[in-house]
Design a protein around this ligand. Structure first.
Ligand SMILES: Cc1cc2nc3c(=O)[nH]c(=O)nc-3n(C[C@H](O)[C@H](O)[C@H](O)COP(=O)(O)O)c2cc1C
Length: 148
């Protein structure tokens, strides 16, 4: 089963988490692919069936540079993503006003466009706690929902 992992990281945390998810997916037999968020056009993104997004938040509730072009295009897009399943790991820090703002705005736009969130979004506060558990659960749900 194919899985595309898109990440946006400013100082490396989200990149580490995305790569750990990638390794787990490969170990479990997924045909996994990992790349920076900005390397996808909306047209390419629209073709993806199983997606994991890992993003931190920078500035004031913003998507990191590595994903900002993708987000700017997605924000105004009206593409229908009804055939897509996704999961989201959002990294942030509660000391900031807009906690996990980058991940939150991407996931609410994906919901609006019809992409199906198969597990609840994980919001990490200041670290990467819980990401491995989330990743294992996400991969399990992905297998189960694609069997149906
Ligand atoms: C300059 C700066 C701005 C930040 N702004 C926010 C923010 O608005 N909201 C938030 O939840 N976290 C914010 N963070 C916290 C980061 O998202 C968090 O440290 C994250 O783990 C960084 O992941 P990364 O290394 O993948 O970029 C900010 C951190 C820095 C250094």
């Amino acid at each position: 089963m194919k899985l595309d992992i898109l990440y946006a990281s400013q100082t490396g945390n989200a990149e580490i988490v995305a790569k750990e998810l990638y390794e787990l997916a490969i170990t479990q037999g997924f045909e996994a692919n990992i790349d920076e968020m900005n390397n996808y056009s909306i047209k390419q993104f629209n073709e993806l069936k199983n997606v994991a997004i890992v993003t931190s938040t920078f500035g004031e509730g913003e998507v990191p540079d590595m994903g900002i072009e993708f987000w700017e295009d997605l924000k105004i897009s009206k593409v229908k993503l009804n055939q897509q399943k996704y999961g989201m790991i959002a990294l942030g820090d509660r000391s900031h006003d807009i906690f996990c703002g980058g991940g939150k705005k991407i996931s609410s736009k994906l919901d609006e466009l019809g992409s199906k969130k198969i597990v609840d979004k994980l919001e990490c506060d200041g670290d990467t706690e819980g990401t491995q558990e989330w990743s294992l659960n996400f991969l399990k749900e992905l297998k189960d929902t694609n069997k149906k």
